[in-house]
Design a protein around this ligand. Structure first.
Ligand SMILES: *[C@@H]1O[C@H](CO)[C@@H](O)[C@H](O)[C@H]1NC(C)=O
Length: 361
């Protein structure tokens, strides 16, 4: 059977088509190609998750509990603190609080000399502090005091620095921010093994400046509590009886608006003190009716091999980065926008995923 006329090689049939019909066909072809490309881009960049995360607000509204007074620390609750001038007379608009451990002096130094050295990002002024607890060894405390005297960037809470106390660390960092740095637009909580793409994050946050309390990050949906008592993240039924957690943001990096912090600290009076820090923040947000929003390009627990375009251009954060890797990808002299070639931007996330996949093989 002869193929229908319009499937013939175009060069051959061109003259046969009346002028009226040729253009619409070409146009339709171009439009469908464009549509397919746009859909691929939408899926790869996680647009569908964005859409989902935006619609969440409609489903989850109306569950807000009345706000309670925030649970605030007293100055006795901190052993080491930055001088008060750091947040006054004007607080930085972006306050980055890096969760660190007493022993991680090398990690802190790597952050100070790479991405954490920035005092501006996009439209924001930036201040970076490290939050830690008490070391077991007294000799380490002496070293921390020296470090604090040299850099003025340690916030040390009075609790033992252990994995099981991470929720206390988060309460302490939110409390410190609420008391000593009110007026900041955003607080970014980040771990000390993360490479944060501050210019990229700042650009993203410019779209989220509102007076409403906001909670942004990589979203975990309907996660289940670990009921195996050998697990690091074990949560006993007696503490949290429900089958699932509410939607929450990965603890690797999340962003809270300054307005959200006192509300979460108020909610913290009403939710179980689960020892999994990010879930705890999610529970407080859920209580207060603050719906988490996805920040595209933030990665959770995934590692990507050192690559300047992925670290400083395409992704907003990379997890499990050693101090040596941080130094290797850091070059502050290249502007953020020029970090990737046009083709690298076009392939974006897909390219970084492919690099991570190849490094795993
Ligand atoms: C948390 O810190 C407190 C106060 O220093 C300490 O007594 C407790 O043992 C710590 N908890 C865990 C689980 O490490």
């Amino acid at each position: 059977m002869d193929p229908p006329l319009d499937l013939q090689p175009s060069m051959m049939v061109l003259p046969v088509w009346p002028k009226c019909c040729y253009r619409p066909r070409l146009l339709r072809g171009l439009l469908s190609t464009l549509m397919v490309l746009l859909i691929i881009r939408f899926l790869v960049s996680g647009g569908h998750e964005d859409l989902f995360s935006h619609s969440l607000r409609y489903f989850m509204s109306g569950r807000r509990h009345p706000t309670s007074p925030p649970l605030l620390p007293s100055s006795d609750d901190f052993l080491l603190r930055p001088p008060p001038e750091v947040c006054s007379p004007t607080a930085p608009s972006l306050l980055v609080l890096v969760v660190s451990a007493p022993r991680h002096a090398t990690q802190r130094q790597a952050i100070r000399s790479t991405w954490g050295g920035a005092r501006r990002a996009g439209k924001f002024t930036v201040q970076i502090f490290f939050v830690l607890g008490l070391p077991r060894e007294p000799s380490l405390q002496t070293a921390l005091e020296q470090e604090a005297a040299g850099h003025h960037d340690l916030v040390q809470g009075r609790f033992l620095d252990t994995y099981g106390n991470l929720t206390l660390k988060t309460l302490s960092l939110m409390g410190w921010a609420a008391v000593h740095c009110p007026g900041t637009l955003f607080v970014v909580k980040v771990d000390d093994d993360i490479f944060l793409n501050l210019p990229g994050l700042a650009e993203e946050l410019e779209h989220h400046i509102t007076l409403a309390p906001t909670y942004l990050g990589k979203i975990y949906w309907r996660a289940r509590p670990k009921r195996d008592s050998r697990s690091r993240n074990y949560i006993p039924v007696s503490l949290y009886p429900e089958e699932r957690f509410p939607v929450y943001c990965s603890g690797a990096v999340y962003v809270l608006s300054g307005a959200a912090i006192p509300i979460l600290l108020g909610a913290s009076r009403h939710v179980p003190l689960v020892p999994v820090e990010d879930v705890f923040v999610g529970l407080c947000a859920h209580w207060a009716g603050i719906v988490p929003q996805r920040l595209a390009r933030l990665t959770g627990g995934e590692h990507f091999p050192p690559d300047r375009c992925c670290y400083q251009g395409i992704l907003l954060s990379v997890h499990k980065v050693t101090p040596v890797e941080m130094a290797a990808v850091w070059d502050a002299t290249t502007p953020y926008k020029e970090m990737c070639q046009a083709w690298q931007w076009a392939l974006g996330y897909l390219r970084c995923k492919a690099l991570a996949w190849m490094a795993d093989q």
